[in-house]
Ligand binder design. Structure first.
Ligand code: PGA
Length: 254
């Protein structure tokens, strides 16, 4: 398996000093988790500083969004090239919190395609708001996956990490996370969707991570039974101890 742990700091912390001390705390655990690719997705304003601190380590800095155009009159937007120029190689796209602010499947499709084409590693988030008994949520996931990926050149699929994040599990406690068997089922389903768009070989190679209250207490079970390559971690990534424990579990898993 590949081992990936992504921190999604969201709109935290509030000062540059706090960002640096959080990063330093994580760096210690990340340096002993030698088998894990650790990616810190912080707010844009902290990226240049943290990218400097990440030099010479195995950690990478990621962004939480990027625009699809390369330059021009797009007030407030940031391009992939700008990010690459300051040392960013990963970007979260389609997070449910951005979708809730109005981002559409079509916006996400454009962002995924342009970022991947410009050689950025894309962490594509998908996840349903709620689960129903009739499997409607599966059609919802299908639409998110297909709209983001269809038409993407096959050789760019290696740039994609799919983060399955059921919205109902985000920002809760370890008990509220998806069950390992639920994750296993979803991994199979996401791979099936990608295999239908491309082929089985490509689908098998795509990394899939889980997000939604991933915490020190549930990551081992999810790794053992969930058929995943790692985690996208929100609130626990703001606690150096918790995040360190998660890195350790992922590092030690077989
Ligand atoms: P959480 O957030 O770990 O706090 O549930 C995950 C996310 O929203 O990416």
């Amino acid at each position: 398996m590949k081992r990936i742990v992504i921190a999604n700091w969201k709109m935290n912390p509030q000062t540059a000093d706090e960002a640096i001390s959080l990063f330093r705390g994580i760096k210690k655990s990340a340096s002993s988790a030698t088998k894990v690719k650790t990616i810190i997705c912080c707010p844009f304003v902290y990226i240049p500083n943290l990218a400097r601190h990440a030099k010479g380590t195995k950690m990478s800095i990621g962004a939480q969004d990027v625009f699809w155009e390369t330059s021009g009159s797009y007030t407030g937007e940031i391009s992939t090239l700008m990010l690459k120029n300051i040392g960013v190689s990963f970007v979260i796209l389609g997070h449910s919190e951005r979708r809730a602010l109005g981002e559409t499947n079509e916006d996400i499709r454009k962002k995924v395609h342009s970022a991947a084409a410009e050689n950025m590693q894309v962490i594509l988030c998908v996840g349903e708001r709620e689960r129903d008994d009739h499997g409607e949520y599966l059609s919802f996931i299908r639409e998110e996956v297909e709209s983001a990926l269809s038409g993407l050149q096959a050789d760019l699929l290696e740039k994609i990490i799919v983060a399955y994040e059921p919205i109902w599990a985000i920002g809760k406690t370890d008990d509220d996370a998806l069950s390992p068997s639920g994750m296993h089922e979803m991994s199979l389903y996401i791979r099936k969707l990608i295999a239908q768009l491309y082929d089985r070989d490509i689908a098998d190679k795509v990394s899939i991570v889980y997000g939604g209250s991933a915490e020190p207490n549930n990551v081992q079970l999810l790794l053992d039974g969930g058929d995943i390559d790692g985690f996208l971690v929100g609130h626990a990534s703001l606690e150096t101890d918790d995040f360190g424990k998660i890195l350790q579990v992922v590092n030690n898993c077989k």
